[in-house]
Design a protein around this ligand. Structure first.
Ligand SMILES: [Zn+2]
Ligand SMILES: [Zn+2]
Length: 363
C-alpha cells in the first residue's frame, strides 16, 4: 500500500436526468484481481452531458431500454495511479503499485458472441465505467475490475492531458474505419474534442489534403494545429462548394462526422464524391432526416459507423506521449470535483471558449 487510503471519498452520483449530486460515499475496496486507482483527472464527455440532459440513448425510449443506472458515479475518461491491488490483479493488468494507468471505458464481459470473436467494443451487455455496472471516475478513487482493459501512460504528462487518451482513441478508431489513402481529400466536420482527435488521427495517415469544418474560428485554428491543411468556417463559406472547387468538381473522398449536429449529415453526403466514404462517430440528440437516395442511387457511398476506440489505445497513448496532439490548447478547463456542475455547463456552452473540460478529483 503506497499511502493510507481513506474509508470515504467525495463522488458525483447520478440520481436522474439533471439530478447529479456531490456525495460522500465509501471508497471501494478491491476484491481478488481488482485494482484501486486514485483518480488524477477525468474528462467530461459530450456523452456525460447528453446523459445529464436525459437523452433517450441513456434513459431509454420506445426503441431501447434504459442504459444508465441511477446511483452510478459518472466519468469514463480517466487516468490515475494504482494505489492498491493484489498480486493477481497487478499481474493481470501488467502494472505495479504507483503506476499511472488509464482504462478503456468499456468493461467487456468476455463471454458474449462479440467478446468471443474479439469484437469486445460491441460487447452485448455493454458494461461501461460511469454508466452501467462500474462506477466511473468523477470521484477520488475508482475500482478497476479484473475485466477492465488497462493501459499504462506516462506520468510525465499532465493528468488532464493524459485523460485525453479516451476521446483520442475513439477518434483513431473512426479514422481507421475510413481506410484513408494517400491521395485522398479528407474532410472532418467539427473541431470539438472528437473532431480534433479525428484531425490529429487523419494527419497520421497523411492524406493529400485534410480539411476541417467548424463554425468557430478559434476552434478552426485548433484544427489547424492538430494538422488540418485547410480550415473552412461554414458560417462564412459554403463548404460543399469549396470542397467541390478543391476537387475539380468531384467532391471529397472521405468525410468524418464528429459534430453530432443533424445538419452535418446532409452536408457530408453532399460534399462527398461518388463512391466516397462517410464515417459517423457522433451521438445525436434527435433524429436526422436526409435524402438516402444520395447514398444509393446518386453516389453509392460507403456509410460506416464507429463506436469507442477498440485496439487504438496504445496508438493514442503513443501520440500523446510523443506530443503529436496539441493537448495544451485542447484541454481548456480544469475544475475540482465540487465544481462538476460548472464543468457540465462549460461542455454545454457550445459557442463558448471551452474545448476539453476536465475534473481533477484530488487536486
Ligand atoms: Zn467520452
Ligand atoms: Zn461481451
Amino acid at each position: 500500500m503506497l499511502h493510507s487510503i481513506p474509508e470515504q471519498m467525495q463522488a458525483v452520483v447520478v440520481h436522474g436526468p439533471k439530478d447529479y449530486r456531490l456525495e460522500t460515499v465509501d471508497v471501494p475496496s478491491p476484491g481478488p484481481g481488482d485494482l484501486l486507482m486514485k483518480v488524477e483527472a477525468v474528462g467530461v464527455c459530450a456523452s456525460d452531458l447528453k446523459c445529464w440532459h436525459g437523452a433517450a440513448k441513456f434513459w431509454g425510449d420506445d426503441n431501447r431500454p434504459t442504459y444508465v443506472q441511477t446511483g452510478i458515479i459518472p466519468g469514463h475518461e480517466f487516468v490515475g495511479s494504482v494505489v492498491a491491488g493484489d498480486e493477481a490483479g497487478l499481474a493481470q493488468h501488467g502494472v505495479a503499485l504507483g503506476d499511472r494507468v488509464t482504462c478503456e471505458q468499456i468493461v467487456p464481459c468476455e463471454e458474449c458472441r462479440y467478446c468471443r470473436r474479439g469484437e469486445y467494443w460491441m460487447c452485448a451487455p455493454h458494461d461501461m465505467f460511469g454508466f452501467r455496472n462500474f462506477n466511473g471516475a468523477m470521484a477520488q478513487y475508482v475500482l478497476v475490475p479484473t475485466r477492465a482493459r488497462v493501459h499504462k501512460i506516462s506520468a510525465e504528462l499532465k493528468a488532464h492531458h493524459a485523460a485525453f487518451v479516451e476521446p483520442l482513441s475513439c477518434a483513431l478508431h473512426a479514422v481507421e474505419r475510413a481506410n484513408i489513402k494517400f491521395g485522398d481529400v479528407v474532410v472532418v466536420a467539427g473541431c470539438g474534442p472528437i473532431g480534433l482527435g479525428l484531425i490529429a488521427g487523419a494527419r497520421q495517415k497523411n492524406p493529400m489534403t485534410l480539411v476541417a469544418l467548424d463554425l468557430d474560428d478559434n476552434k478552426l485554428e485548433l484544427g489547424r494545429r492538430c494538422g488540418a491543411d485547410v480550415v473552412l468556417n461554414i458560417s462564412k463559406v459554403d463548404a460543399v462548394a469549396e470542397i467541390k472547387k478543391m476537387t475539380d468538381g468531384y467532391g471529397a473522398d472521405v468525410y468524418l462526422e464528429g459534430t453530432g449536429h443533424p445538419s452535418a449529415v446532409g452536408q457530408g453526403l453532399n460534399l462527398l464524391r461518388k463512391l466516397g466514404t462517410y464515417v459517423e462517430y457522433s451521438v445525436f440528440g434527435s433524429d436526422v432526416t436526409v435524402d438516402w437516395s444520395i447514398i444509393s442511387d446518386d453516389k453509392e457511398l460507403d456509410v460506416l459507423g464507429a463506436h469507442l476506440g477498440p485496439n487504438c489505445w496504445p496508438a493514442a497513448v503513443k501520440m500523446l506521449e510523443n506530443g503529436a496532439v496539441p493537448v495544451n490548447d485542447i484541454c481548456t478547463h480544469q475544475l475540482g470535483l465540487a465544481d462538476f456542475q460548472k464543468a457540465l455547463d462549460l461542455v454545454a456552452d457550445a459557442g463558448g471558449s471551452s474545448v476539453k473540460v476536465s475534473i481533477l478529483p484530488n487536486a
